[in-house]
Design a protein around this ligand. Structure first.
Ligand code: HEM
Length: 148
């Protein structure tokens, strides 16, 4: 069981970089479209949808991790303040909600410019909240190494 926990923690650790990369990519694709009247094409939509997808995966991995931690009494976020586990859960969920709003609203908005605006606003907020949610004192890259 401890190995399953370590595999999930490793995946959650690595997927954090995919979340950040797709978030930055979504912003780079949407911010330049805020001025002018360019069409919001599949090329601009792709990183916005991928940002949402990686965050959804992160939430699923995180929920399973919390279940493991609860079942086995493993101390969560060693080295951090006690309230961090609730902050992490709340901010992580909020980031996923913001990225989902970005994906949905950039698809449904009435004008091309409104699509860019929705993508840039929600992706920006989701990225900001993600940066606050990350426990930066933990390993920057975990490859099944146990030490916290
Ligand atoms: C913005 C999305 C999120 C990011 C970028 C993120 C990132 C991280 C990182 C970098 C770690 C440390 C991994 C390590 O020690 O190797 C971590 C740990 C963890 N995260 Fe997240 N996370 C996110 C969302 C969530 C959510 C939504 C949950 C719960 C539903 C969650 C639950 C956990 C748990 C349980 C741990 C393990 C704590 C420990 O073993 O001490 N995460 N997260």
């Amino acid at each position: 069981m401890a190995t399953v926990y370590l595999i999930l923690l490793t995946l959650h650790n690595i997927n954090r970089w995919l979340v950040l990369l797709t978030g930055v990519w979504a912003l780079l694709q949407s911010v330049p479209g805020l001025s002018g009247n360019r069409p919001f094409t599949p090329a601009e939509r792709r990183p916005v949808a991928m940002f949402m997808g990686t965050l959804h995966l992160q939430v699923v991995l995180g929920l399973v991790l919390y279940a493991f931690i609860g079942m086995q009494g493993i101390p969560a976020f060693a080295g951090g303040r006690a309230s961090f586990q609730w902050e992490h859960l709340g901010l992580g969920l909020l980031a996923a909600i913001f990225a989902t709003l970005g994906s949905v609203q950039s698809r449904k908005a009435a004008t091309e410019q409104a699509k860019y605006r929705a993508a840039a606003l929600w992706s920006g907020l989701a990225l900001l909240v993600t940066l606050l949610a990350i426990p930066w004192w933990r390993p920057l890259l975990r490859l099944m190494n146990v030490e916290v």
